[in-house]
Design a protein. Structure first.
Length: 329
């Protein structure tokens, strides 16, 4: 657990943590220590699977943690199950069914927040925002935790309200830094940079991406989690905006390749969308449309209807540009 909590301060390879946890799990299984097994499964999910971008494995581990908690006669943890289900490859409607079943057993502000996120994916944005803002406020009242801002920001992104998303992500990043949880900071700096690119604020986005890259380089690259790549997406958009198209495409394709190691269909979708914007900036409209079609495929598999609607609109605009003005024959 000391190794696990060390990740809250400084990121690193989960290999050592996994080896320790698997050894502990074997011994706890022999002792039929369900309370201990619940803790091990929880750490295997959030501390190992999540660090590797394996959200589906994270969800499985979270469900195992709940199972062993119940066998131990303890309150079953549910805080991270929702995020694992939202971010993984399970379709949004199926994930919502699981969340609702767990909520019926164990009330949780975190699960309700993630329920709001799933509702937003399924096109129920107004209901999603009401739930998320209420639960985010409840988390703040319980200890000034600002993690709810992340999920409300995600809901704003799905609604196309990038201004609100940028404000919330900035609050979150400032809070994470103040709390010293630097293991998470580069990811959210990168996400804020992506949102600023959508708003056309490329200079600000570049500063955040460079800060995220610097945080990553403070640690041995060989130990970096494979899912860390948001700064690449941001810099790809920045360089494309400046006309530095070769470097922009290199970074965008690198980010896409890294995202394929991640279970998150939404992460894959957004990387493909960024690649499409880089290709569009290079006037390669057919290739850009192809990248958007691949992004749309990820949305269909996830049943993220809200994100799919945004990509369809962008694809329609791109196709119209590619077709050019009509001519009389």
């Amino acid at each position: 657990m000391a190794v696990y909590y060390g990740f809250m301060i400084a990121p690193g390879s989960p290999d050592e943590l996994e080896a320790l946890l698997l050894d502990a799990r074997r011994r706890l299984e022999e002792a039929e220590d369900h309370a201990g097994l619940a803790q091990v499964w929880w750490a295997l999910g959030f501390g190992v699977a999540n660090m590797r971008g394996r959200q589906d494995d994270w969800a499985t581990a979270a469900l195992q943690a709940r199972h062993h908690s119940r066998l131990a006669g303890r309150l079953a943890p549910s805080a991270d199950l929702g995020a694992a289900l939202v971010c993984g490859s399970r379709p949004a409607d199926e994930a919502l069914e699981i969340v609702d079943r767990v909520l019926a057993e164990t009330p949780s502000a975190w699960l309700r927040l993630n329920r709001g996120w799933l509702l937003a994916m399924l096109g129920r944005g107004d209901e999603a925002r009401e739930i998320a803002e209420e639960e985010s406020e409840r988390l703040r009242e319980q200890g000034d935790a600002r993690w709810g801002e992340w999920i409300v920001a995600e809901i704003s992104i799905l609604a196309g309200d990038y201004e609100d998303a940028s404000n919330r992500l900035r609050i979150l990043c400032e809070w994470i830094e103040a709390m010293g949880q630097l293991a998470f900071l580069d990811s959210y700096l990168g996400q804020l940079g992506q949102v600023l690119c959508q708003l056309g604020r490329f200079d600000e986005a570049e500063q955040l991406a460079e800060r995220a890259r610097a945080l990553e380089r403070e640690h041995d690259p060989a130990t970096e989690p494979e899912s860390w790549h948001t700064w690449r997406q941001v810099l790809a958009r920045v360089y494309a905006h400046r006309g530095e198209l070769a470097e922009a495409e290199r970074l965008a394709r690198e980010a896409v390749a890294l995202s394929e190691r991640n279970d998150s269909l939404d992460v894959q979708c957004l990387n493909l969308w960024d690649l499409a914007e880089v290709l569009a900036a290079a006037q390669r409209h057919g290739e850009a449309a192809g990248a958007l079609e691949q992004a749309l495929n990820r949305c269909r598999r996830k049943k993220n209807l809200a994100l799919a609607a945004q990509i369809r609109r962008r694809l329609g605009t791109l196709n119209a540009v590619s077709a050019g003005p009509a001519t009389d024959v």
